[in-house]
Design a protein around this ligand. Structure first.
Ligand code: ZN
Length: 278
């Protein structure tokens, strides 16, 4: 790596450690930066109903009734009730992070390069697994946003229609979830990571049908990253990845993380240890 590229890399790593203090990624390390995109497939094995499966939520409820701004304008109580039910399901004691969530948290803490998990899921299973670096591009079930003051607040209740904004007191809360027709969240930061911190892009448990996530692998590759797909079975997008491994997330993800961390233990034992510059 030439000096200028190394300097840009070091600055990016410094920013990462400020943004996500739990991430191992150390300045001066040549360990690859990793961006992981997770989708419904990783939560399914924790028992959460998914949206796109044939027996998933969209088979029982029509998208346009509960997951669009128009639906909320037309019948807010109906939409609130749908997300109240999802939130209650998430707090069922049987719903827990699984081996794939835990492996990704372990990866971010142990891998010597920066690691970011971007999730399409609105559950909090990555957080509960201890994921130190995480962006929810489609929002979070356990948060609400106020339509009057625009503040986002945690919300654990089961009756959002009756709840008041803890900041301004208005009865004007909506789920902090990105609906069809709305822009995903954190897109600028995700793009920055894909351009500056991503040597390896990994898609886990995502059908790849959701825009703009479909473009992430392309962006990463355009900036020199290798791409890996870890899904239950081949998808329409498999051929666009450099490598694909198929099987349950709870099996393929821990195996991949072990392999990657093992490889870096070997690699790091071969290079001389430098004193940190700070
Ligand atoms: Zn408010």
């Amino acid at each position: 790596m030439d000096q200028q590229k190394q300097r840009i890399r070091d600055q990016a790593h410094h920013k990462v450690r400020k943004e996500f203090p739990g991430v191992a990624g150390s300045a001066g390390s040549n360990a690859p930066g990793i961006v992981v995109l997770t989708g419904a497939g990783i939560s399914r094995e924790s028992g959460l109903a998914t949206f796109r499966d044939p027996d998933g939520l969209w088979a029982k409820v029509r998208v346009e009734e509960v997951a669009t701004p128009q639906a909320f304008a037309r019948d807010p109580a109906r939409v609130q009730a749908f997300y109240d039910a999802r939130r209650v399901q998430l707090r069922d004691p049987t719903i827990q992070p699984n081996a794939a969530h835990l492996a990704l948290a372990h990866l971010a803490r142990e891998h010597p390069g920066p690691v970011l998990v971007v999730t399409q899921n609105v559950d909090d299973l990555h957080e509960r697994a201890g994921q130190p670096s995480l962006l929810h591009m489609h929002g979070e079930l356990a948060k609400v946003r106020c339509l009057r003051c625009d503040e986002v607040s945690p919300f654990e209740g089961a009756d959002l229609a009756d709840a008041l904004c803890p900041v301004c007191g208005a009865r004007a809360l909506r789920p902090h979830v990105v609906w069809f027709g709305e822009m995903p969240l954190h897109m600028d930061r995700i793009e920055q990571w894909l351009e500056a911190n991503c040597d390896l892009f990994v898609a886990i448990g995502t059908s790849g049908q959701i825009h703009p996530a479909t473009g992430f692998a392309e962006t990463a590759r355009a900036h020199g990253a290798r791409t890996l797909e870890l899904t239950l079975e081949a998808t329409e997008l498999t051929r666009n990845f450099d490598e694909a491994r198929h099987g349950p997330a709870t099996e393929v993800v821990p195996a991949w993380v072990d392999e990657l961390l093992g490889a870096w233990v070997v690699h790091l034992s071969l290079i001389p240890i430098e004193e940190p510059e700070e």
